[in-house]
Ligand binder design. Structure first.
Ligand SMILES: *[C@@H]1O[C@H](CO)[C@@H](O)[C@H](O)[C@H]1NC(C)=O
Ligand SMILES: *[C@@H]1O[C@H](CO)[C@@H](O)[C@H](O)[C@H]1NC(C)=O
Length: 239
């Protein structure tokens, strides 16, 4: 009996310490293979080409999480240069710096996008976009986000607005540059004095923000909070 026992014990031993743990871990190892979106860097600068239902814009995005601020400098095709300055306390300023001195403010319940705002997005697989092989995620049936498989940089995202307004237009961003760690100097984050000039505001026709601006602010609420805030106060309709 002695010579037979030893191999059996050995087989049982091998099973428990090698094969059995492998068997137990196999369901979870599948989950680990699902790619997760890379969180946004704490600070970055990105130039983006936007296509909003056929209207083209070039946006300089300065994302600055540690200082609680986000800046979109928007160049409409052959049109206005608009400044969209958002603070994490929910206040945002939308203004021009030309002689018209237009400015509107909005107060949202949520602040700027968190660096991990893509947490909880559903992985949809890989797709070629703008010539890059990308991992694709979708969040709250609202944004489709495309990240370069190799460099992990964002390449493209699309907001589908059907969820937050009646038209079903898409708002597409194509990321042209992505400078991690780039910071815009403090002096550029100051909204012009006429944004604070209540008197002038009352005399003029109500200052206005664009539909796309409102949309963007609603998007922010949706993505940050996962729900739509009912109490978005925008001062008006369109610059
Ligand atoms: C912009 O998007 C529209 C669809 O909304 C598309 O027809 C058009 O070709 C796009 N324009 C550019 C320059 O990509
Ligand atoms: C939010 O912060 C900005 C910049 O510091 C400031 O101008 C604005 O008044 C603040 N808003 C509120 C509601 O405190």
């Amino acid at each position: 009996m002695e010579p037979l026992h030893k191999p059996i014990i050995l087989v049982v031993f091998i099973f428990f310490f090698t094969l059995f743990p492998l068997y137990l871990s196999s369901p979870t190892s599948e989950n680990k293979d699902v790619p997760k979106p890379t969180p946004w860097p704490q600070q970055f600068h990105s130039i983006m080409f936007m296509n909003y239902s056929g209207s083209l814009e070039m946006i300089d995005l300065w994302y600055d999480w540690p200082n609680g601020r986000n800046f979109n400098i928007i160049r409409r095709q052959l049109g206005k240069l608009l400044y969209d300055l958002e603070w994490n306390n929910g206040t945002s300023f939308f203004y021009t710096l030309d002689s018209n001195k237009e400015c509107s403010t909005a107060q949202l319940e949520v602040g700027i996008l968190r660096p991990n705002w893509l947490d909880g997005a559903n992985y949809l697989g890989q797709q070629h976009v703008d010539g890059f092989l990308c991992n694709v995620w979708e969040k709250v049936d609202f944004i489709w986000y495309y990240e370069d498989v190799v460099t992990k940089r964002p390449v493209h995202w699309v907001f589908y607005t059907a969820k937050i307004c009646l038209s079903s237009a898409g708002r597409e961003a194509h990321v042209m540059t992505f400078e991690v760690g780039a910071v815009l100097a403090d002096e550029h984050w100051q909204a012009p004095v006429y944004c604070f000039d209540k008197k002038q505001d009352e005399q003029q026709q109500p200052t206005t923000i664009s539909a796309s601006q409102q949309l963007q602010q609603r998007s922010l609420s949706l993505l940050n909070g996962g729900f739509l805030s009912g109490s978005m106060h925008a001062t008006a309709e369109s610059i």
